[in-house]
Structures are given as C-alpha cells and as structure tokens.
Design a protein around this ligand. Structure first.
Ligand SMILES: [Zn+2]
Length: 460
C-alpha cells in the first residue's frame, strides 16, 4: 500500500506538505516524494514550527512537486535543501519564476522581523540559489517519472502557473495496476477573469482537497465587479484614500486589470492608482512574460498591459513609496501584505485608518489574529509602529476577489469526479471550514471524507 502523510495544512491553512511513500520492495527500496513544502504562517509570519526538524529524512526524498508559488506551499523548501534534500524539484515554468521571487521576499521579511523581535531565520538568501539549481520547470500535462510514481500537472486556476498534481502509483512504465491520487493544491475561484479556471481531471480515486472556503459562498463575477465599482465611486466622491491590502500574487494583478478596465471604459471616475509593493511589481512582470497562460477570452493582447496604464504608478523604492503621501486624494493605494501583517500597507494604514473620508477594502481571507482581521472585526483602535491608531475609516469586504473557490464551486469540483472517487481528505482550511465541507460531501455525495490532523498517515 502507498502511504500518505499529512505534514502541514491539516486543519489549518498554511504549511502545506504531503509525503507519499511507495510500498517497500523485497530489498527494502521505496520511493518517497513530497507535494509542497510550505511555511507555517502565523500572523507575525514567523511561526516557530517552520523551524522544526522535518518529521522525515529530507535525504530520502526523491522529488518534490510544487503546486504553486505561494510561500505557504514553498517557504520551507530552502530548509529542506539545507537539511539534506538532493532530489529534483518540479513545478510549472511560471511557478518556478514566481517562487524564486516569493522566497527571496520571504527571506527579507523574516530577516527584518528577526532583527526587530529576535528569533532566527530558518535560511538565508544564498540558500535560495541552491534551491533553484535543483528546480526544473515543466509544462502542464507532461508526465514526470519519479521512481514508483508518475506525476502530471494540471491547471488549477488559482494563481499564474498553479497546478493540481495527479500522482499515479504502481510504478510506470511497468504498468502495474495502481491508484490515482489527485492533490488539488489551492484551486482558483472560477470568477477570476484573468486565469483559465481549474481543468477537468478524471479518474482520480483519492482526492486531497483544499477547503479554505468550505463553509462560505462568494459573490459572482459580475456582482464583485459591481461592488468594487461602488466602493471606488464612494471613495472618490468622499475625496478620501482607498487602501487595498492585497497579496502580491494574483489579487494585485486581477485588481489592476479590473480597475484599469473600469477607468478605460469610464465606469468609475478618474482616479490615480499607486502600486506600492516591489514584489507585486516583479510578480506582475512575470504575468506579462507568461501572457500565453492567461485567459485569452478576457485578456486582449493588443491592449494588454498591467503596468503601462496612464493612471497606474509603481513605487519600487522606499522614496517612491513616501512620495505617494504627497499625491492628492482621492487615490487608490494597493500594497502588501494582504492581511496587513507587514509590508508597506502598514504605513498607509497608520496615516489613513483614522480618516473618516478614507476606506479600507478587504478582498480576501484575513487570518485570525492578523491586523487585517482585527480591523475587519471592528477594532476601535490598533497598534501600528508602537502608536495607537484609531480606526475611523470605512471598512468594506468583497469576498469574490478571493483566489479560492467557495463551497458551491468546491462541491461541483468534487461532484464531477464522484464516479471514481473512493476517499477525500480535506486540507488547507480552518477546522470549521474543513469539517463543514467533510459533512456536506458525506451527506450529499456519499463519498467517505475526512479532515486529517497534522502528522497523520493513511494507507492508499
Ligand atoms: Zn495559494
């Protein structure tokens, strides 16, 4: 039997890491592969568990397959290499480029935090160079052989280059009867116009399924656009600043595209947009490079550009960032981090949270304990840079910009596979969300579903 162990994202949303072991041969040989090796992220971005020893020997891992570039799926890879991993790392080409950017940024953020609050950083920037030397980009649908496993990437529609990973056990090319295990990775929100949405993959018997929003419904594609339009209009009329804390990957590009499009079509009043995040600017350049991966029905090549739009201003350096303060309101500021746990958005929040004319717009999941969640939950004041800042601005939330599917889309994703599925493991969700999804899948589809805990192993 193949053994599957859950070493992260088990009844929580970060630290994705799954180990597959093929049965031992008579000589004691077995293949071990990993799917993802992500950072555990607490609101302060330094969860101590990311420093822990791996519960397996990294030297014995033949290959690591990466679903996508977010650090909660990649952030422990440098530690894996530091601890002895010498196998191959595989992902799609855009994921490889984006992961390098994300890892470098993550090291910088952790180093700054360690300097401020003590503690150590699990790896340094030099380690990322070594990581990249093991890393090989692959195309969607290309079959990769790793010992007893055959692995294929399929488009997950979550961020540029994101993939579901189908693992076939049984030792190809010997062709022995095996099982098909599908790791959903993080799936996309079908209402995301930039990407192609998740592909159909058939034949899986076991599904390891994300459940970030296993208990929630999002707004649809038109509804979310309308909500955004209204938020921008109100904000411009009030003459304030619209702050959008946004993840650098995907949300920023989707927002930039959507707002530029509204400005082009004069659906909203003229307003300047400031993109205040070096990582987001670099990631946007990768989107431009891999244009062919985007949704061609929506993104028109002739007019396609995220950054060369007259109203869009980018701030790469700290000086350019400071200059945004001098620009007259109304204005829109898009900056990281997406949950206000760090990054340049904090400087803007210190300035404008107290301003009743300004607005803060949340466009996705805010983890419990994060500053974003506290503001969203109605805190009267928050601490920023050691200063008490009253929260008097307007607060808005649009869930439709989430990069994850809602319950209805997740359910449909599973339903179309229900003929072959024998077991589902829900991962990458808070317990409430993972367990709610388990219940709904059991009740409505009759497929055994289970939300594993950290460190659990199952036989397949
Ligand atoms: Zn993700």
């Amino acid at each position: 039997m193949t053994k599957l162990s859950f070493y992260g994202a088990a009844q929580e949303v970060t630290g994705s890491c799954f180990l597959l072991e093929s049965p031992s041969t008579s000589s004691g040989q077995s293949t071990k592969i990993l799917v993802d090796c992500g950072l555990f992220q607490c609101p302060k971005f330094c969860d101590i568990r990311s420093h822990d020893q791996f519960p397996f020997d990294p030297k014995e891992i033949e290959a690591l397959f990466v679903t996508h570039a977010h650090v909660d799926h990649t952030g422990r890879i440098p530690k894996l290499v530091k601890d002895g991993f010498r196998g191959k790392i595989y992902s799609t080409h855009p994921t490889k480029d984006l992961a390098e950017l994300m890892l470098k940024d993550s090291v910088m953020v952790m180093a700054k935090e360690a300097e401020r609050e003590g503690g150590e950083v699990p790896y340094a920037e030099e380690d990322i160079g070594r990581v990249m030397s093991f890393w090989e980009g692959k195309n969607y649908h290309e079959k990769i052989q790793a010992g007893d496993f055959a692995v294929t990437f399929y488009d997950a529609g979550h961020v540029l280059g994101s993939a579901m990973i189908l693992v076939e056990t049984g030792g190809l090319p010997a062709g022995k009867a095996g099982k098909k295990i599908l790791f959903s990775g993080d799936l996309g929100n079908p209402a995301n116009p930039l990407l192609n949405g998740f592909e159909k993959v058939s034949g899986a018997e076991v599904l390891v399924l994300e459940s970030t929003y296993g208990d929630r419904e999002h707004e649809g594609i038109e509804e979310k656009k309308l909500l955004l339009e209204r938020v921008i209009e109100k904000s411009v009329v009030k003459g304030g600043v619209l702050m959008i804390p946004a993840f650098s990957l995907e949300k920023t590009q989707e927002l930039l595209w959507e707002i530029s499009d509204m400005l082009r079509k004069k659906e909203v009043p003229n307003v300047q947009i400031f993109l205040d995040s070096p990582l987001a600017i670099r990631a946007t350049e990768v989107y431009q490079k891999y244009y062919s991966y985007l949704n061609k029905a929506y993104v028109d090549k002739k007019s396609f550009s995220f950054l060369n739009f007259p109203q869009v201003h980018v701030a790469l350096t700290a000086d350019e960032s400071k200059k945004i303060n001098g620009a007259p309101a109304p204005k829109i500021i898009i900056a990281g981090s997406g949950m206000s746990t760090g990054g340049r958005i904090l400087h803007h929040e210190r300035r404008y949270l107290r301003d009743p004319k300004s607005t803060i717009l949340f466009i996705g999941y805010q983890a419990p304990g994060s500053l974003g969640r506290r503001i969203q939950d109605g805190a009267d004041e928050v601490m920023l840079f050691g200063e008490k800042v009253p929260v008097r601005c307007r607060k808005e939330t649009i869930y439709g910009y989430s990069a994850h599917p809602d319950y209805a889309a997740l359910f449909e994703f599973v339903r179309e596979k229900s003929d072959t599925l024998q077991k589902i493991y829900t991962t990458h969700g808070e317990p409430k969300s993972s367990l709610a999804l388990v219940q709904k899948l059991r009740d409505n589809l009759g497929i055994p579903a289970y939300a594993p805990k950290y460190g659990e192993s199952v036989e397949i």
